[in-house]
Design a binder for this molecule. Sequence first.
Ligand SMILES: [Zn+2]
Length: 167
Amino acid sequence: MKLFIASYLTETNTWSPIPTGRNAFVVDKPFYHTDGSRAPASGANGPLIVWRRNAERDGHEIVESICASTEPSAAIVRRVYEEFRDMLLDDLRAALPVDGVMLFLHGAMVAEGYDDCEGDVLSRVRAIVGPKVVVGVELDLHCHLTPEICDNAIPVIFKEYPHIDGA
Ligand SMILES: [Zn+2]
């Protein structure tokens, strides 16, 4: 099987006065494109490392997109959110056909113009892969579980706080 994986997350604090800009993802935290699962474990890439290891052990092909994350701050600047989202979606289109999609998202990510980033990402992923491909999403237990998430993917949520069970 060919499996598409990516990680794109932050836990937005809409009360914060500080917008989340591009540097929050690419300077404050390590940003990876196609090779996050081969980097030292840092939290955001924990599931990617496990997914690649298990898939390759079982003879499956992995196509990996972005690994982007940052700490809580106010809503993501719209063009920044869309840039990383579209990078992920472009990679998915280029990888077609795929048998499965596995994404590590947060579940409480907000951008300017997008109150439910995860629902937005997963709706677009579903539109690209069609109704039959399995789409799984790993979410933080602090997520907002919206209909747009549940209608387009199978959510798996951390159980532990502190988050010791993400990977
Ligand atoms: Zn959390």
